[in-house]
Design a protein around this ligand. Structure first.
Ligand code: ZN
Length: 178
């Protein structure tokens, strides 16, 4: 996997996978607890990388741009905002998807083939990122469902912790603060 930014970009991130998040948990979202009214408390399915608005976002895979609304139902544009999803065609990660969320601009269309490192959009605050510092919400999802026990129930989810993959691909890693 590649990294969504060039090494010359000023970015910062920590592992905030599974942090508490407001809003309804869809069947494909991780959860961290049960609220007083019995509803499920949603968890953060990705990692937030803080950068300047308008930073070019690069595909971490060679692959094909797909429509998330066809793969994860019901998709929630009000939450994700402008999003690019690339499904990998690389031999070592075939079928895995990378989600790049809250973009200000999208430079590709569903069905496009993209190279690893190709600019697919620009960072922004669309969706539920309005009013918070500009960041790229980044997710990795598997081509199968993980069967996990969360909040005392069995969940079938495909998003997994992208932090180790980001760290391994991070071009600033030798200099990055932990
Ligand atoms: Zn996020």
């Amino acid at each position: 996997m590649g990294f969504p930014f060039l090494s010359t970009t000023d970015y910062e991130y920590a592992n905030n996978f599974l942090d508490r998040r407001a809003g309804v948990a869809r069947h494909y979202n991780h959860v961290r607890g049960v609220l007083g009214d019995g509803s499920l408390e949603r968890a953060h399915d990705g990692i937030d990388l803080y950068v300047e608005r308008g930073t070019p976002v690069r595909s971490v895979f060679e692959g094909i741009v797909i429509n998330p609304a066809r793969r994860w139902r019901p998709w929630d544009p009000a939450r994700y905002g402008r999003t690019v999803v690339v499904i990998s065609t690389e031999p070592t990660s075939r079928g895995y998807t990378a989600l790049m969320v809250h973009l200000s601009r999208v430079d590709v269309r569903h069905g496009d083939r993209v190279r690893r490192g190709q600019v697919v959009g620009r960072t922004g605050d669309t969706g539920n990122a309005e009013g918070v510092p500009i960041h790229l919400h980044f997710e990795l999802r598997a081509p199968f469902e993980l069967r996990l026990r969360e909040a005392g129930r069995i969940r079938h989810v495909d998003a997994f912790d992208p932090y180790p993959s980001l760290r391994a691909a991070d071009p600033q890693r030798p200099h990055a603060r932990r």
